[in-house]
Design a protein around this ligand. Structure first.
Ligand SMILES: [Cu+2]
Ligand SMILES: [Zn+2]
Length: 184
């Protein structure tokens, strides 16, 4: 006779609660809300940017080195693809399909962060607070890219078609994918 293995109702209850405790543990450890993001720019132009989501803004802090002194267009582009010297990143991140503008304009791409300023040593300190970009929700910037340009972004005031698309910021000199950061 084949012995029957029977899970008692008592045993079932234990398994059930073990499952609840385990899944709760996972949710507690891996928050479903992104509070911080990170982007590492590598190459001749390099640096590290840390993004923190606050109630009404995202702060971007860090430093970018290896730039020509002066202003450089600084945007979030659509894709997290750094191939072909940052061309893979696509256009400015623009989920609302608005014209290009400056960070304080109401008509702007979500990704329009204006310019960063490199000093005589080619270093740009980044300390931006932006109320449009988000680390969560449908228009999250996670998985997209930062792009640094060779030229100054004219913020849509250049008086030509290209100004309302790219700000005439020119070639891409650095880029980085935006990823979820470890909390510390
Ligand atoms: Cu750009
Ligand atoms: Zn733009």
């Amino acid at each position: 006779m084949v012995p029957k293995f029977k899970i008692s109702s008592h045993m079932m209850l234990i398994l059930f609660f073990t499952e609840i405790v385990t899944s709760r543990h996972i949710f507690k450890r891996q928050s479903l809300t992104n509070k911080r993001a990170v982007a590492d720019i590598k190459g001749d132009v390099s640096g590290r940017l840390i993004m923190t989501e606050e109630p009404h803004q995202v702060t971007i802090e860090g430093e970018i080195r290896g730039l020509i002194p002066g202003y450089h267009g600084f945007h979030i582009h659509e894709f997290g693809d750094l191939s072909e010297d940052c061309q893979g990143a696509g256009s400015h991140f623009n989920p609302l399909e608005l014209p290009h503008g400056g960070p304080t304009d109401t008509q702007r791409h979500n990704g329009d962060l204006g310019n960063i300023l490199a000093n005589k040593n080619g270093e740009a300190k980044v300390n931006i607070k932006d109320s449009v970009i988000r680390l969560n929700g449908a228009s999250s910037i996670i998985g997209r890219s930062f792009v640094v340009h060779q030229n100054e972004d004219d913020l849509g005031k250049g008086g030509n078609d290209e100004s309302l698309k790219t700000g005439n910021a020119g070639p891409r000199v650095g880029c980085a994918v935006i990823g979820i950061a470890k909390l510390f």
